[in-house]
Ligand binder design. Structure first.
Ligand SMILES: Nc1ncnc2c1ncn2[C@@H]1O[C@H](COP(=O)(O)OP(=O)(O)O)[C@@H](O)[C@H]1O
Ligand SMILES: [Mg+2]
Length: 243
């Protein structure tokens, strides 16, 4: 009995727990919905949670790469590992997918930030990701974007049946937001593949200013109420992926 307990003790406390590795894709065919800002915040949150995460910028605009450079120059800790990867003359879709899969073996998780249009990077990432997070403002234009994305997810279903696709509300405040949220929820419920996640991120100056400084909400001093509220919203996003 004592021996069995000792074996369990050794197994539980000395062997590092390896959760399932995940390729997480932040994707929407619409721009300005918060993909880059939320990718960075998710990476920051995950690293603070002790995960070894790689943030991949697959958008030719390279917003995430610029955020990562600011973080490096400002020496913000903890360090976030990042890489820039695109499909171009040197890297075709197959090489892009192969590279991300190889990188995902080196990290606990990989977070891909894709550009805001139906790109080859988005389609290829949909074929290899386990988890798609699609930020969406409660607006008709964003819902149309989600409809296009839902069609893409449906197209890859046969080759990537493991993909879960979740829409989350970002910038979900402002005038008439109550009605807009209600209508958007109804429209998302009609989609074939994308589900609505229980996350609502408000428009928060704290998130915007932290982002500008190469930071995420979780890096900020949590004794301040705005930082605490922003971090709590990012925690909800983290939990729908890992929870
Ligand atoms: N919840 C939020 N609160 C405050 N600012 C936000 C929020 N979400 C996004 N932003 C800001 O909106 C702009 C567009 O976001 P971004 O992440 O670049 O969108 P995308 O990558 O989808 O094009 C950025 O300036 C970003 O900092
Ligand atoms: Mg972006």
């Amino acid at each position: 009995m004592v021996y069995t307990s000792m074996v369990w003790y050794i197994l539980v406390y000395t062997i590092p727990f390896k959760g399932k590795k995940m390729i997480i894709l932040m994707g929407q065919t619409k721009g300005g919905v918060g993909k880059s800002m939320l990718s960075a915040n998710l990476a920051v949150y995950a690293v603070h949670e002790g995960k070894n995460v790689l943030l991949i910028d697959a958008d030719k605009q390279q917003t995430t790469s610029k955020w990562a450079s600011v973080r490096t120059v400002e020496q913000v800790k903890p360090v976030i590992q990042s890489a820039t990867l695109a499909i171009d003359k040197r890297t075709d879709a197959k090489a892009f997918a192969k590279k991300i899969k190889a990188l995902s073996e080196e990290y606990d998780d990989v977070i891909i930030d894709c550009g805001g249009q139906d790109s080859r990077e988005l389609r290829t990432s949909l074929a290899i990701a386990e988890c798609l997070i699609a930020p969406c403002r409660p607006s008709q234009a964003d819902i149309w974007g989600l409809g296009d994305l839902d069609d893409l997810v449906k197209q890859v279903e046969a080759i990537n049946p493991n993909l879960t696709a979740t829409a989350i509300f970002n910038l979900a405040d402002g005038l008439n937001v109550h009605n807009a949220l209600g209508q958007s929820k109804e429209a998302i419920e009609e989609l074939d593949c994308i589900q609505l996640g229980d996350v609502k991120i408000l428009s928060r100056p704290t998130l915007a200013s932290a982002y500008q400084d190469g930071q995420g909400a979780r890096d900020l001093n949590q004794s301040k109420e705005p930082a605490k509220k922003a971090t709590a919203e990012i925690a909800k996003l983290y939990n729908i992926i890992y929870g």
